[in-house]
Design a protein around this ligand. Structure first.
Ligand SMILES: Cc1ncc(COP(=O)(O)O)c(C=O)c1O
Length: 393
């Protein structure tokens, strides 16, 4: 019996498993049981921000484990407070709510907007969201998700959601009215093929939201925490969100989500209105606190931006060399997509044969999400492998 066959026997079959048994992770690499190293451009789908087993994160987890693992939210804990303080001091936000995942953080954000809407009138319950956006797989977050693939098989979604094409300003102006409580979107669509929101769309959103008292809800579950080169991707725009969600990279590998709220809406949810047993778990917060401390170290962000430019230049050379496979490069920072159309799956398969792990999003985009600690040598190696992979297609 292999681990993979046991997995098939006992674990609900919901994921397309990669046929590899991973024994260990270190930095940018995952190793199988024979010790073969795989260059990891998945990063656990943007979770292992600092690569595998970063010493700062491992140490923080061990130290927290020596005190306690869980207390319940009847108690506060130093790691939770410290992480919240760092998030607040480095963002637009005034307060933080902790959840356990992206979908859960989004549920909190949807409830915040609904609760806010009730301060105006009973029918102010509608969300405006964007086609191909992805916000999670719970009933609420699935309802605002703009891709039928994730929801059409589950019957009626949450009422009162209007989906509009990304960057369609006229559609936005038509959709937002006095019954809109929130507008939810991703700055760069992670699951939707790395499509990016435009300045014009954001400017119109600001106007409409102000006119109709709707909240601007930014889902930074995938784009947040320096993935795009900015600490939060919306910082590239003239935009102050009312609320923002984070998850994925926030725990440096442990499960945690968060909703950050602006001062103006910090008192909308009252004690008892929302909560979570595990939300803000002390171990997950200790990992997150350590991870964020590294991101905020002097020079980290600048170095990241330089490395991102270096990678992008290399990808442009690759696109020139293989124009029939790579048609476009999308994304920012270390959240990049190579539009490869019908070749995307083949690129992924061939990459695996070359000990390079990457995935495909939106059906046609090869997604690159390396850990933010990637070195220039590792970028060179990646480009070399990709050249070989693309030459065979
Ligand atoms: C933008 C975005 N929002 C929400 C989610 C859902 O997060 P989770 O899988 O942690 O529930 C994801 C996951 O891919 C995401 O990319």
């Amino acid at each position: 019996m292999t681990l993979l066959s046991e997995d098939q026997n006992y674990v609900l079959n919901l994921y397309n498993r990669i046929p590899l048994e991973i024994a260990r992770g270190e930095g940018m690499y995952l190793y199988d049981r024979e010790g073969v190293g795989y260059l990891d451009f998945y990063s656990g789908i943007a979770v292992n921000t600092l690569g595998h087993r970063h010493p700062a994160i491992v140490t923080a987890i061990k130290e927290q484990m020596d005190s306690y693992l869980h207390l319940s939210n009847y108690f506060t804990s130093p790691s939770q407070v410290s992480l919240a303080k760092k998030l607040v001091e480095n963002s637009f936000a005034d307060k933080v709510y902790f959840a356990n995942s992206g979908a859960e953080a989004n549920e909190a954000m949807l409830k915040l907007a609904r609760r806010y809407g009730q301060n105006f009138h009973e029918d102010k319950t509608r969300f405006v969201s964007v086609d191909r956006g992805f916000h999670g797989r719970t009933m609420g977050s699935m309802s605002v998700t703009g891709n039928g693939k994730y929801k059409d098989q589950f019957g009626k979604s949450l009422q009162d959601v209007v989906h509009i094409p990304l960057n369609d300003v006229d559609a936005l102006r038509e959709a937002v009215d006095e019954n809109t409580c929130g507008i939810i979107f991703e700055v760069i669509q992670g699951e939707g093929g790395l499509r990016q929101v435009s300045e014009k769309f954001i400017a119109a959103m600001r106007e409409e939201a102000e006119k109709h008292h709707a909240l601007i809800l930014v889902d930074e579950v995938q784009t947040g925490l320096m993935r795009t080169g900015h600490l939060f991707a919306h910082e590239a725009y003239e935009l102050t969100p009312d609320a923002m969600t984070l998850a994925k990279g926030l725990g440096g590998g442990l499960p945690i989500g968060a909703m950050l709220v602006h001062e103006s809406v910090k008192d909308v949810l009252k004690p008892g209105d929302h909560g979570s047993t595990f939300g803000g778990n002390p171990v997950a917060c200790a990992a997150g606190d350590a991870m964020l401390s590294v991101l905020l170290e002097e020079g980290f962000q600048q170095e990241l931006q330089e490395k991102s430019r270096y990678l992008r230049e290399g990808l442009e050379v690759l696109m020139d060399r293989h124009p029939l496979v790579i048609r476009e490069i999308r994304g920012e920072g270390l959240m990049l997509g190579l539009v490869a159309g019908e070749h995307a799956e083949r690129v992924k398969e061939r990459a695996l044969e070359h000990q390079l792990l990457l995935n495909v999003t939106g059906g046609e985009v090869v997604r690159l999400l390396p850990a933010l600690i990637i070195s220039r040598e590792e970028i060179d190696l990646f480009l070399k492998i990709m050249d070989d992979v693309l030459s065979g297609i």
